[in-house]
Design a protein around this ligand. Structure first.
Ligand SMILES: Cc1cc2nc3c(=O)[nH]c(=O)nc-3n(C[C@H](O)[C@H](O)[C@H](O)COP(=O)(O)O)c2cc1C
Length: 171
């Protein structure tokens, strides 16, 4: 699938078939993540791949009861080591969340290109996710996504017109 087609076809998927994700497809999705840029090329991130059904069920609780998180056969958890990320973008911003978001954008688009569903999960309790997966306290949990065969085909959500989002040669 061509890149713009993957970008256009990606949707937040909140219903999944129980079918397992082929290992080759999972490897492609994770390779897309590995190739993502990070500030200073620090690569201070780790993705926890969760397949175990009992752990996925515990992640549902950690994700404020979002049941579809546990319905997909795989959950990917994006973590970042704040202390090893670039600390001063623009003089003030630690890039750990930016880096991990780019990693997740790569992998969600790679998944879309393979016909697999994902959904960014930002509503979760960090300490609960850390506890379920044994993630050390100094590794921040930035985002999660279920990964699996979609059981729904949502219409595209509306987006603002380009003119509302872009300005040229100044604010
Ligand atoms: C940072 C971030 C956090 C999000 N957190 C959640 C979430 O916790 N639960 C959920 O169902 N969707 C979540 N979403 C999905 C958004 O609601 C969705 O991307 C948006 O409505 C646009 O729809 P689309 O992804 O189908 O284009 C999140 C998206 C982003 C980018």
């Amino acid at each position: 699938m061509e890149l713009m087609e993957a970008i256009r076809s990606r949707r937040s998927i909140r219903k999944y078939l129980p079918d397992s994700v082929p290992e080759e497809a999972l490897a492609t999705v994770l390779e897309a993540a590995r190739l993502a840029p990070t500030a200073c090329n620090n690569q201070a991130f780790r993705i926890v791949v969760v397949k175990d059904a009992a752990l996925r069920e515990q992640l549902v609780e950690a994700c404020k009861g979002q049941k579809f998180v546990g319905q997909a056969p795989v959950v990917l958890v994006g973590c970042a080591l704040e202390a090893e990320s670039y600390p001063k973008q623009a003089g003030w911003l630690n890039t750990f969340a930016i880096d991990t978001a780019i990693v997740f954008d790569h992998l969600t688009l790679a998944a879309a290109a393979l016909g697999l569903g994902t959904c960014w999960i930002g509503a979760f309790e960090e300490a609960a996710v850390q506890r379920v997966l044994g993630i050390p306290a100094n590794w921040r949990v930035v985002c999660l996504t279920p990964l699996g065969a979609p059981a729904e085909r949502p219409d595209p959500r509306p987006r603002k017109a380009l003119e509302a989002l872009i300005s040229c040669d100044g604010w």
